[in-house]
Design a binder for this molecule. Sequence first.
Ligand SMILES: [Zn+2]
Length: 167
Amino acid sequence: MESNETTSRESESISPAVSQPDSSPTPDLLLLFLRDRDYPCPGCGYNLRQLLSPKCPECGQPLKLGVNLVDIRHGFWITCLLGCSFPAGFGVIALVVMAIYASSFSFSNFELSAALWLLYLIGMIPATVALILRRRAFVKLSRQAQAGLAVIPWVIIVVILGMIFTS
Ligand SMILES: [Zn+2]
């Protein structure tokens, strides 16, 4: 145990740039921050003002300083996600129905337009999954690009509803 601590301390002093951001200790900054601030423990709500060690005296959980966004801008991503997940939900239902009636199902039983709707609904399933997996890449795009992507699935929905109700 003690030899481990010594080794990690040594490696830090030799190559501080190699240490991971998450594992780098910030107790001094944390204690400085809390010296004259009322701040509740995120775990138990205990007031951490004038904390003496990087650990909550009430619940005993270790504490660290962090960086948070002031305003998480996920509005366009959520709009896009809703526009994709709404038809994807019907796509899942369609897949379940197709699985249940697999023996008698064939795309040739459908009119071309109905088959295309079905492909659209099912195609929105991987689109939704991709959007969830690529959230970080999405929010890195310019606001205009995000807005454009957010609008696309809703335009498709409006066009489809328009075609259904005018036919
Ligand atoms: Zn606590």
